[in-house]
Write a protein that binds this ligand. Structure first.
Ligand SMILES: Cc1ncc(COP(=O)(O)O)c(C=O)c1O
Length: 286
């Protein structure tokens, strides 16, 4: 595999990241995951905008990462993924320096790493079709979930707990509100209206969430941006997780209880169809 590392394309096995890297020592960095559909990056500008937002809030010395779009395209090309279903991962850290909590002075060069991977589209499409189970867990993350930082300990533990419970995702609950998943945003349907939490410091502004909300606006589907309370969730007709690697995946059960009639709902199906059109995928499948 050919990776990108600090302005170079090289064999992934030749990448050498310092043990002093602040990403390794302190999780002092950001990441992004972009999806490529048949070689075409999905909403790359939105991913770069989110990265730039994170960089500003982490006070990284560099503010614009738009040069990573051609890097992503080059990674796809060099790895034979120019026509394939793939993801591109980027990670940027504050660089390598003697360990200290405060920013290093002088500031070392940032560490910028990227790689492209084939994406198992068939497995995802099966989950789009069948839907998945989710569990709820207390949100044990910090209060800056709006930055896509590499410090994912709470997400890792919650997602592992979901897997051990036979579920695909854990929906994180803070102050009685179903905030989002460990790697997805969460949406539910009440009275035919799509409801999802407004963006805040407790939620990642998902690119898929944004795309879904735009599709709803374009097609006249009712949306309400407000918290989804755990106490009202039994009234939901549908639920779904949305994200780069899950698109619009229906959630059929939460904590073992069926959502609505326990089958993928009409709004989830409509959004899947609209999303498929957006990414150039034939729909329905087969
Ligand atoms: C915590 C969290 N929320 C939401 C999302 C969905 O964001 P996106 O649609 O940009 O992939 C992700 C994606 O990784 C995530 O990690």
């Amino acid at each position: 595999m050919i990776a990108y590392f600090n302005n170079d394309f090289l064999d992934k096995d030749l990448v050498r990241i310092s043990p002093d890297d602040r990403g390794f020592l302190l999780a002092d960095g950001l990441y992004e995951v972009l999806r490529s559909y048949g070689g075409k990056l999905f909403r790359a500008a939105d991913h770069i905008a989110r990265l730039n937002y994170g960089a500003r809030h982490l006070r990284l010395p560099q503010g614009d990462f738009s040069y990573l779009v051609p890097v992503a395209e080059e990674l796809l090309r060099r790895n034979g993924l120019a026509d394939a279903e793939a993801t591109v991962y980027f990670q940027i850290t504050r660089g390598a320096a003697k360990r200290s909590h405060a920013f290093p002075a002088p500031q070392p060069p940032l560490t910028v790493y990227g790689q492209a991977n084939p994406f198992d589209e068939q497995a995802m499409l099966r989950r789009l079709e069948t839907g998945v189970a989710a569990i709820t867990l207390p949100d044990q993350r910090w209060a800056r979930c709006d930055m896509k930082t590499v410090g994912l300990t709470a997400n890792v533990l919650a997602n592992q707990a979901a897997h051990e419970a036979g579920a695909a995702e854990a929906i994180l609950v803070r102050d009685g509100v179903l905030i989002e998943g460990t790697h997805s945003n969460f949406m539910a349907v009440f009275g035919g209206t799509l409801v999802t939490a407004p963006t805040s410091n407790y939620i990642l502004a998902g690119i898929t969430r944004k795309a879904v909300l735009e599709l709803c606006a374009r097609h006249g589907l009712p949306v309400e941006l407000r918290p989804i309370f755990a106490s009202e969730f039994h009234l939901a007709e549908e639920a779904m997780i949305v994200g780069t690697t899950v698109e619009v995946t229906p959630v059929l059960t939460v904590d073992g209880r069926p959502v609505g009639n326990g089958r993928p709902g009409p709004l989830a199906r409509r959004l899947q169809a609209l999303f498929a059109a957006e990414v150039g995928r034939p729909w329905p499948l087969g």
